[in-house]
Design a protein around this ligand. Sequence first.
Ligand SMILES: Nc1ncnc2c1ncn2[C@@H]1O[C@H](COP(=O)(O)OP(=O)(O)OP(=O)(O)O)[C@@H](O)[C@H]1O
Length: 481
Amino acid sequence: MNTDGKIIDEQQEQIQAKISRDHLISKENPFAKLQADNQYYFSEKTGFNPDDQSGTSKSNMSGSHISDFYSIPKLSKVEADAIMREISQDLDQIQTPSKLVESLDKYIVSQAKPKKIIAQAIRNKYRMRMISGELRESMRPSNILVHGRSGSGKTEIFRKIAKLYNAPFISVEATRYTEVGYHGEDITNIIVDLYKKIEYHILKLILGYNTKDKDRFLQKQMQYRNGELDNYQCFILVPGDKNNIQQFTFIKVQDIRKYMYEVYTDELFQLIDLDQYIRTEIEQKGIVFIDELDKLVKSVSLNLAGQFKIQPESSATTKASDEGVQYDLLPILDGTTVQVNPRAGAFEKVKPTDLAIELQGRMPIKAKMETLTKDDFVKILKETEHNLLIQAIELLKIERVNLVFSDDAIEQMAQLSVELNQEDDIGARRLRTVVDAVLEDINFEAPDFEQKDAFILITKDYVEEKVKTQFQNRDFRNYTM
Ligand SMILES: Nc1ncnc2c1ncn2[C@@H]1O[C@H](COP(=O)(O)OP(=O)(O)OP(=O)(O)O)[C@@H](O)[C@H]1O
């Protein structure tokens, strides 16, 4: 279900433990099934795609009508509510800052200080959730400005955290909002984007097998947006147990939505209006990652007349005012926890203090990423979970080829990455280009190897030779991942 499974699995296990402890009808987490189209279990025969104006589209969902299944003791509304509450509390309590850092350590090398700062800030956000009333309203979100070299793990840290917390995660490039059509009032689309998919799935759930009826869909959509369906109870089928007995329960729309807000980190479909409820949800749980913020900073250059002339840092042809966009971002920073990720050369040419004062003020927490060293590169290759070498080994096992890397080969890959980065620093992304270069021939030829299950030792010399050849033949400098 989730390829970055480990941390999610831990969380699922806790939820499942909770569910079985509470004598729920299944050991599986029924709500986890909401995460992927083809894992839905509810009454539906056909799908309706609101983007398709012809109304003829069919989704690839193949649910079954509720009456196709027989019912087993169902949860009462009160029980379902209680479970939903407990689940969301569990989600809040799963990771203390120290545990979060521990989890991150499995995937992200070095960066001890930023990890600590970020983990603490994230925890604070969850503490704030537990406080209500005026005191809560007077608290400002602790937005974080993360800056540092390209490919040092900025995005990676937040991706992992979002997965860990099952929080909605959206990454946007600030410069996108300097493009025509995305400027000004449209800036709120950053947040709105999160919700289009959720609305669509909930409506499918509500409409059951009758989703082909476009008028009915639109009518329900309106009711949904007006909050009229919040207390509507949906059937959720719980996947079969060992004996393949299907079971179902009732859950309120508002609870499903709430849960889905928490679990969705996926691609997004159509836009819906931003309402207060959504705003509140994103305030509490969402992670919005604003990339390329430094590109909004103008550089100041002296023109011939000796006067100061302001130029957009990224492109002189940018249509909308970059400074304007900085101000447009303010309400978002007020309303949400935002991780700001300055990109390549991030705040190297310009400093965080070059941002509009108001913007700086809303990002009180600063975390500076360390520049990764050769030793860090070695650790990334050797010690992180699901690392590039493990991936390569597993892929080649499919072809009945066993790859083995000698220690000095790994050292050499790290060393060459550092050297190639001197030309153009893409940080740990470089490792990917180097590993690909080393394995290019083997990957190509593996299916044709006559001897099956042979072991191939990758040595330092082999690494050297392959990378040097590749580097001479190709321009690595423009590599991006
Ligand atoms: N500290 C790290 N530990 C492990 N892997 C890392 C680390 N830093 C980067 N990587 C690897 O490099 C890739 C690129 O890193 P990431 O996307 O986090 O870069 P970034 O710091 O956000 O850079 P940019 O500013 O260019 O967006 C990641 O997918 C990850 O595989």
